[in-house]
Design a protein around this ligand. Structure first.
Ligand code: NDP
Ligand code: VSD
Length: 264
């Protein structure tokens, strides 16, 4: 039986991806910090896919050695996964002059290095096993600098840089890399960030549309199955992906208009 490993699998996009992979016949390993949320996620997935094996691994993806040890335990149980998705992430919007340096470091540690440790460990195992597919979640905020995302966006730009290299280096070793750029997606994280998000940031990101976690997860998994490198949910994100360097001056002009009005 083939397995799927999912970080951030206890909530939002990761939980929906894990649920869809279990329903498609995969056993699943879930990685996230809060054991209670992991248990609830396991029960909810088992409800939809009762005959699958679902194991939970309470771990902080940014703690390198404990994370690698947790993946080793999952590899002992399941062997190399056929599918692996790194969805664990944090997003705290705010202004550069008001955010702490520690918060910048935390975004890189979780969103970038957490995804990197996971990718390194599962790709090593997949190469030995003869192949596999890895899904990484960047963001629509990784195409151009968006007001209010000084701590968050760079971690997603970095992930994009890594994925572009891995697509080239691992592709011919039988490892598919799929990079997803979701717009705002209706998850607990979006609800939490909206409580402190500057009004200008909300108005700017609204232009990307609002997706459900189910639909983003489905688009990512479909992209992985079809060996697509890039998944862009929605026409706005698709257009941004193709056009950003061309329309960068227009995107700055568009934001400055909103910022002048909302952030005196
Ligand atoms: N929602 C949105 O609008 C968008 C989201 N994204 C990206 O999609 C991904 C998923 O986001 P979303 O589903 O909205 O978020 P949620 O907050 O709903 O879920 C995040 C998951 O990541 C886990 N997680 C967070 N920090 C850590 C950590 N340090 N170690 C291990 N697990 C961690 C959480 O569990 P726990 O807290 O228990 O650890 C939870 O399972 C993120 O990378 C996000 O940046 C991209 C674009 C838009
Ligand atoms: C010429 C003028 C055209 C203007 C169009 C502007 C469209 C911008 C869309 C960007 C959407 C980015 C959402 C990121 C969400 C995210 O990553 C967080 N919610 C994470 O939790």
């Amino acid at each position: 039986m083939s397995a799927a490993f999912v970080t951030g699998g206890s909530s939002g996009i990761g939980l929906e991806a894990a649920r869809q992979l279990a329903s498609a016949g995969h056993d699943v390993a879930l990685f996230a910090r809060d054991p209670d949320k992991l248990l609830a996620a396991r029960n909810s997935i088992l409800n939809d896919a009762p005959s699958r094996r679902i194991e939970i691994f309470p771990v902080d993806v940014s703690e390198r050695d404990t994370m690698l040890a947790a993946i080793d335990r999952a590899l002992d149980i399941f062997g190399a996964p056929q599918m692996a998705i790194a969805s664990a992430g944090i997003a705290e919007p705010g202004l550069f002059t008001e955010q702490s340096l520690a918060l910048h470091e935390e975004h890189m540690a979780v969103n970038y290095f957490g995804s990197l440790y996971f990718t390194r460990a599962v790709s090593d195992a997949m190469i030995t096993a003869g192949g596999g597919k890895i899904g990484l979640i960047s963001s629509g905020a990784a195409f151009f600098g968006i007001y209010g995302y000084g701590a968050y966006a760079p971690s997603k730009f970095a992930l994009r840089g890594l994925a572009e290299v891995l697509h080239l280096e691992l592709g011919h070793k039988g490892i598919g890399i799929t990079l997803c750029y979701p717009p705002d997606t209706d998850t607990p994280q979006l609800a939490a960030e909206n409580r402190t998000k500057p009004v200008a940031t909300q108005k700017i990101t609204k232009g990307g549309g609002l997706w459900s976690a189910q639909d983003v997860a489905a688009a990512l998994i479909e992209g992985m199955n079809k060996d697509k490198f890039v998944v862009t949910p929605g026409f706005q994100i698709g257009a941004l992906h193709r056009l950003t360097s061309l329309i960068a001056p227009a995107l700055r002009w568009h934001q400055k208009r909103i910022i002048r009005k909302e952030e005196p």
